[in-house]
Unconditional design. Structure first.
Length: 450
């Protein structure tokens, strides 16, 4: 087999391949065998039909077509390996010559991973938010914890903001009760804004057994977007009572004996969260600066496929789970279709550039992935997917996705290498270090894998 490579642009090549006919023998034999199993000829047992009879009855062309289709992937792969190319996606193959008994010639155009020059990235400098936990932050955290331990009790008085009312609802449009416009026994916290516009004003001041009517635009259902007349019946009024913020509460809500111990732990926890946020911010900013340093030719077909994949996932998975279509989503976001497409393309370009650059650094820095690192990453991915580690691992192995996971970990380590080489300062101008492992075992590498 002979092959030659023509560079069409920095991300696309055309392979020209010539195969002597004798190299097709194995595929021709397989083609005759396959056809033998599929057809019957009077006077011959199935599977025992001579090749010359198959040629006469069904045509030599059908055999050649089957043989070529079987052999092309093998010859294409050999040509790719011989040229040491890194193809992206499937090739566009064109058979240019097929002479029975003499020669098979074909061309294959395919996008390839571009060759990148990674400059010195140690000069990258970024500024991130300072880690500062105020007394107000701590008290807000404690209030949120108190809220989780709030209790409710029925009251015989008019409902007020912050109370929980149990209500029955009936919505009418044009005087007709909607089939999906009736709900009973709905608990609603007055002032939360989590139900219908206008309900807060309607139920405030009502006691158990009270009724009110208000007009509201429906947010979902068969009459979404239409004005409806809503009748609300209050069947119960309950007050929320927060526990006292004292040592007893600390013992109830935590493993600590005193409120001061709980308060100190809350401060430490908030500091850890802000340090993790700071590390994430540093990774994002360093990555943005790294992308600016490297010229990355963009494979147009790969970009088109990536944009289409992202759009499909958004429309058919994420929005579908939220009960939205793309038009409604764009309306909520206040974006035009053109703005959405432009943003999607920009995000896809950044994703492709990031992968190319980090993969190049993986090779340049000879980054390796250990079994323990891969296992930790698998555990995190399983947790985010809602599957058990065993289920996720089985799905990864059966889907042949282990190399993909290895690549994710390696790229995370590559980005961590760049971040460690960069200068990261906080808002006060102080240089900070991000390579220290915190108490939960999370490092800059773990965040970088995303």
């Amino acid at each position: 087999m002979k092959s030659a490579v023509e560079t069409l642009n920095p991300t696309r090549v055309r392979l020209t391949v010539e195969v002597p006919f004798e190299e097709l023998k194995a595929s021709l034999d397989a083609a005759y065998k396959k056809i033998n199993q599929q057809v019957t000829v009077k006077g011959f047992r199935q599977g025992k039909i001579p090749a010359r009879v198959i040629d006469q009855r069904f045509g030599r062309g059908a055999v050649l077509e089957e043989a070529v289709n079987d052999a092309l992937p093998k010859f294409y792969t050999e040509a790719i390996n011989e040229a040491e190319l890194n193809p992206l996606g499937q090739p566009e193959v064109d058979i240019t010559e097929l002479k029975d008994g003499e020669l098979l010639a074909f061309t294959a155009e395919v996008d390839i991973r571009p060759t990148l020059e990674i400059p010195d990235y140690s000069g990258i400098e970024v500024t991130v938010d300072s880690v500062e936990v105020t007394d107000e932050d701590v008290e807000k955290s404690l209030e949120q914890l108190r809220d989780r331990f709030a209790t409710t009790s029925p009251v015989e008085r008019a409902a007020a903001e912050g109370d929980i009312v149990t209500v029955d609802l009936e919505a009418k449009v044009d005087g007709e009760v909607l089939e999906d416009g009736v709900a009973k026994g709905v608990d609603y916290t007055i002032g939360s804004g989590q139900l219908l516009d206008g309900i807060d004003e309607a139920v405030t001041g009502l006691e158990t057994g009270g009724t009110a009517t208000f007009t509201s635009e429906l947010k979902g259902g068969s009459a979404e977007g239409k004005e409806a007349e809503v009748k609300v019946d209050v069947t119960a009024v309950k007050s929320r009572e927060l526990p006292e913020l004292d040592d007893d509460f600390a013992q109830l809500a935590s493993e600590f004996d005193t409120l001061e111990e709980l308060r100190a732990d809350s401060r430490k926890r908030l500091e850890r969260m802000k340090k993790f946020d700071q590390a994430t911010q540093a990774q994002e900013k360093v990555l943005d600066e790294l992308i600016k340093l490297v010229e990355v030719p963009m494979p147009e077909k790969l970009l088109e496929d990536e944009v289409n994949t992202r759009k499909h996932n958004l429309e058919h998975h994420q929005l579908g789970q939220m009960g939205l279509d793309l038009a409604k989503y764009l309306e909520i976001q206040g974006k035009s279709a053109e703005e959405f497409d432009a943003e999607l393309k920009e995000q896809a370009e950044k994703g492709i550039k990031t992968q190319f650059i980090l993969d190049e650094i993986v090779n340049k820095e000879k980054v390796s992935v250990g079994q323990e690192e891969l296992t930790e990453h698998l555990m995190r991915r399983a947790q985010s997917s809602g599957m058990s580690p065993d289920q996720f691992a089985q799905a990864v192995v059966e889907g042949g996705q282990v190399p993909m996971l290895v690549g994710e970990v390696a790229r995370g380590k590559a980005l961590a290498t760049v971040v460690e080489a960069a200068t990261v300062k906080d808002a006060s101008g102080e240089v900070i270090s991000l390579d220290d492992e915190d108490e939960d075992g999370e490092t800059v590498e773990a965040g970088a894998e995303a």
